[in-house]
Design a protein around this ligand. Structure first.
Ligand code: 13P
Ligand code: SF4
Length: 320
């Protein structure tokens, strides 16, 4: 096991005895992927044994959407939350898209409905609606264009209008509003993982860990982003750390982020105040294996939403 190349990628966070309990599932998943012509797309918040052990493509929400378009396989297993699997399905109508636990939701996606968008449109006639990808297909279908945390500013500005409605993440919208001239109407949705960080947490961290570089996800409240050194999507955080090699870093986001990038960045000290996403953590090696064995749970999008929701995602992907 010490020379197993897969184990080498996780040895910094998974002790040998724990890996021994995972090895059989990792092997089985690799074989099932070949047999089913399946690929596993995994979000950066997946645990290291999934991220490094069985995933074929990893990334932030934007990368997963971009890569989903290029996948050459019959089956996509989305190791992430439901809206990500729906986006993969919208972009791959002819492929089977599986989610290992259909209950893997998202507090942001839960916070808004198409009826809410109708009310917003009535209150702001003619103002385009930018929907964060963390929304249901029904909400995407009622929107004009999607965005992610990695391209939100670019998408808002690409529309060439003075005012947009950006939903459902109030904090992401407020953080983007500070960077652009475009006026942004917000909605009161929040990420249950990032809303828990406070500016006081960050200041205490600076006291206790002198010299620490602090990177915050833009789903954090604006007062947290204001006292961080950098704000970006999960992929942008990983890029920042890998390229700049700060001696000490704190990633103000979900706990698996630091675990997943620590191995390639062994000279860096990762300080870990982090919060777990209970939805992301529903995905396990065991239920990925079971998804491939049983071909469950298949993600389907209601016919009425397919074309308009896909258009909103494709408009986003077309913005360079
Ligand atoms: P990104 O990976 O796109 O930054 O999104 C973070 C997130 O919370 C996804 O659920
Ligand atoms: Fe949703 Fe937040 Fe979990 Fe991402 S981290 S899936 S935004 S609840």
């Amino acid at each position: 096991m010490p020379f197993d190349p897969i184990y080498q990628r996780v040895s910094h966070v998974i002790p040998p005895a724990e890996w021994a309990t995972m090895e059989a599932d990792v092997q089985a998943i690799q074989e099932l992927k070949r047999a089913r012509r399946a690929v596993i797309l995994a979000h950066n918040y997946q645990t290291p044994e999934i991220f490094h052990g069985v995933a074929d493509i990893v990334g932030d929400s934007l990368a997963l959407a971009r890569e989903a378009v290029k996948v050459d396989a019959d089956v996509i297993v989305l190791a992430g939350v439901h809206f990500m699997a729906e986006t993969a399905k919208l972009l791959n109508p002819g492929k089977t898209v599986l989610i290992p636990d259909a209950k893997a939701g998202c507090s942001l996606a839960e916070s808004i409905t198409p009826a809410d968008i109708a009310l917003l449109r009535a209150a702001h006639p003619g103002v385009p609606v930018v929907a964060y990808v963390n929304t249901s297909a029904a909400v995407k279908a009622a929107s004009d264009i999607c965005c992610t945390s990695g391209n939100a500013k670019k998408i808002v500005e690409s529309l060439g209008v003075p005012k947009v409605i950006m939903l459902p993440d109030e904090y992401l919208a407020q953080n983007i509003a500070r960077e652009t001239e475009v006026q942004i109407v917000t909605w009161a949705g929040h990420c249950e993982v990032h809303e828990r960080f406070t500016a006081a947490d960050i200041l205490a961290l600076r006291e206790s860990h002198p010299g620490v570089t602090i990177l915050a996800h833009p789903e954090c409240p604006p007062e947290v982003v204001a006292v961080a050194d950098y704000a970006g999507s999960t992929a942008e955080m990983a890029k920042f750390v890998t390229e700049r090699q700060p001696a000490r870093v704190a990633l103000i986001t979900e706990c698996s982020m630091s675990d997943n990038i620590a191995q390639q960045n062994q000279a860096i000290e990762f300080v870990r105040p982090c919060n777990l996403c209970p939805h992301m953590k529903r995905i396990t090696l065991k239920n990925i294996r079971s998804a491939l064995e049983t071909m469950q749970t298949e993600v389907l999008v209601e016919e009425q939403y397919v074309a308009p929701a896909r258009l909103a995602v494709e408009r986003m992907l077309a913005v360079k």
